[in-house]
Design a protein around this ligand. Sequence first.
Ligand code: ADP
Ligand code: MG
Length: 526
Amino acid sequence: MSLDLVSTLPYDSITSLVRKAAYGLVTTCILGTAVYAGYRVALPEKHLIKRHRHPELNDQIEKVLDSLKISDEQLIHMMHILEEEMNAGLSPVTHKKASVKMFPTYVRNIPNGTEVGQVLALDLGGTNFRVLLIDLHGNSKIELTSKIFVIPQSTMIGDGKHLFRHLAECLEEFMQKENILNSGTCYPLGFTFSFPCQQESLASARLTAWTKGFSCSGVVNEDVVKLLQEAINEKGINAKCVSLVNDTVGTLMACAYKDPSTAIGLILGTGTNACYIESLDRVGTWNGDYNEPKQVIINTEWGAFGDNGRLKHLRTKYDEEIDISSINPGKQIFEKMISGMYMGEIVRLIILDLLQHELLFLGHRDTYSDYKAALYNRGGFYTKFVSTVETDEGIKFSNTRRVLEDIGIQNPTYDDCAIVQHICRQVSKRAARLAGAGLAVLINRIGKSNITAGVDGSLYRFHPRFKRNMERCMETLVNKDIKFKLTLSDDGSGKGAAMVACVAERIFEHDKETADYETLTKSLIN
Ligand code: ADP
Ligand code: MG
């Protein structure tokens, strides 16, 4: 048939047809190559692993990583469990035994941007200790100076008195530098203390348990404001601690100073935790008054979600290993699957597992017997490396190579880099989806049409795709009639503490004779 056609067509038509066909073919090839190249660059994690390796090895790697995958259906199921656990924490009957404690914070309302004053704040979060001097200008503007101090490991696990003395020394050094140490003014101070506390008023809170690597003696069940004030007085520093807040509350307050639709404060740093504005009629444990506004900020302490075994089905052997070798086994199960203190270590354990099964670093049999290398030591793969590795786009892997060399793998291959990046992506994506599902529970529960969550913490701030991964899963999990927004709250945990302190101090000064802290907290209302 085609021959017949050729024989019946004039020669010119044949050459033009052939030319058209050739053009078509070349164009298709070029387009095809471009599309393929684009696809490769856009989706390196799937392709690169499969490029050189034997397909069975890829399948085995995927099998190992499968345990980290949590489907939307599993997340929705987890959301139901979290909501049940939250209700248990809010009920006076079940509170004592509940894993998610849902502590009322005694902060009843958010700032409105008109607060003014100069206030000190201390922010003890887990990794960093910051001292801040904050100037609230009253028009939603804030000026801030701050300094970060290190808490030595020995102080984190030593005598509690020594810890608070250290905090007071840092405060003294900062005030000296800012020329406010001997100014004759007694500065109000807000304390951001980000460990689970049973709060008794705005300026008194008993530590219920240490988390995030701290275990100082003589502090659990004690009033931490009192311990701090004693250390400040001992040094003769002119500062009075007028309020204690959790970092989640500080973050919510700082974000609300600029955006009144803020109803949630979320931390993704050393640990993870969230607070939100709850109606008083749902807080069975509330022992204050029921005047307007009938709401209170609840510090969920959701890091402990799963401590009663209810997350067992979602945990991997790596999560179990992290937990067993931590200083608080069985505690902070949700936190250990998500936060900065543990993420790098999860990646390290997976790398070691793949290595043991001869699925990774195949050309490095001699170097990987160097047991002094960071790869073989607990904490040797920092969480900031996860961010660095995931910053690599495309096929060069210059950051990943640097990280691998840092942990003792010299001249890693292309495959090694692609696999390690794939591991990092799976671990951080799981964390983002778990945190996103938790946030979706709070958003759906608040139920307003517009909700902003203020977020603080280095994991959220620096990881290149944590926010995107959270938002992606939340689009499915948040009720369709609610618009939500995640806002990075710069220094939120410290600034917010200063706001609470500022208002508390003003009222205290105004009503010195009669004010007790409970009336102060009520007055924070507006
Ligand atoms: P804190 O929780 O003490 O207030 P941060 O919010 O700074 O302090 O969080 C510190 C945690 O953030 C550390 O555990 C660290 O692992 C993690 N982190 C620090 N830098 C990065 C980064 N670039 N990417 C991801 N995580 C990071
Ligand atoms: Mg912090």
